[in-house]
Design a protein around this ligand. Structure first.
Ligand code: GRF
Length: 221
């Protein structure tokens, strides 16, 4: 069995994606290709910290309010991540903008999940904006992080249909369910060495080809 990829998961809140990662790669999982070395939150009250505790994972709080500048905050996080032995950083609902210095230091070792099919709808309120735009598909993207918000080489995407009668919460729930499958799957590909960046685009090797065309509404006859 290859040595597992040691990751730090950064959270700010609910931590449902963290939970999906715990279920896929947590201490109870034998021969996991990923080891969660640290769960770090910038908020002391993040529900995700409880999930990490329940799973017996190491946690740290680096409260952004305790720092004068973003730079100082990021340096403190960087220190905790490295002290835990993590070699890769996974953003899972982490709600702080990262400095150029941090992003550069972790280039191609830092991933995020965004609740939209990037490059559509970067930023906040993605579900509302997707409904307003009237798109027929919405979804989630796992990508390497670059300095510009919600940008960077795309690793994996999940598309979900927008259905008649959807509101923000029904659409968000459908996307979130897909996120919980997408993130562990993308991280597994990375840990197995099947993801590389070339010319700022991702090449995935050894993955079956996606061969299905999705239509919404379905093709009429
Ligand atoms: C998810 O929708 C994720 O895509 C976004 O923030 C949300 C985090 O949810 N980046 P949770 O904390 O993982 O439940």
């Amino acid at each position: 069995m290859a040595v597992p990829l040691k990751v730090a998961v950064l959270i700010s809140g609910r931590g449902s994606n963290l939970q999906a990662l715990i279920d896929a790669f947590g201490p109870k999982v034998a021969d996991s290709p990923v080891k969660i070395a640290l769960v770090l939150s910038n908020r002391p009250d993040a529900l995700g910290l409880e999930r990490a505790d329940n799973a017996g994972l190491k946690t740290e709080i680096v409260d952004h309010k305790a720092f004068q500048s973003r730079e100082d905050f990021d340096v403190a996080m960087d220190r905790e991540i490295r002290a835990a032995g993590a070699e890769f950083v996974v953003l899972a609902g982490f709600m702080r903008l990262l400095t150029a210095q941090f992003v550069t230091a972790w280039r191609d070792k830092l991933v995020n999940i965004h609740p939209a099919l990037l490059p559509s709808f970067p930023g906040l309120n993605t579900h509302r904006r997707a409904l307003e735009a009237g798109v027929r598909f919405h979804g989630a993207t796992v990508h390497f992080v670059r300095h510009e918000t919600d940008s960077g080489p795309i690793i994996a995407q999940a598309a979900v249909p927008v259905l008649p009668g959807d509101d923000e919460s029904t659409l968000a729930a459908r996307v979130l369910q897909a996120e919980h499958q997408l993130y562990p799957s993308a991280l597994r590909l990375i840990a197995q060495g099947n993801v590389r960046v070339e010319d700022d685009r991702v090449i995935v090797s050894d993955a079956p080809l996606a061969d299905r065309v999705l239509f919404n509404p379905p093709l009429s006859s």
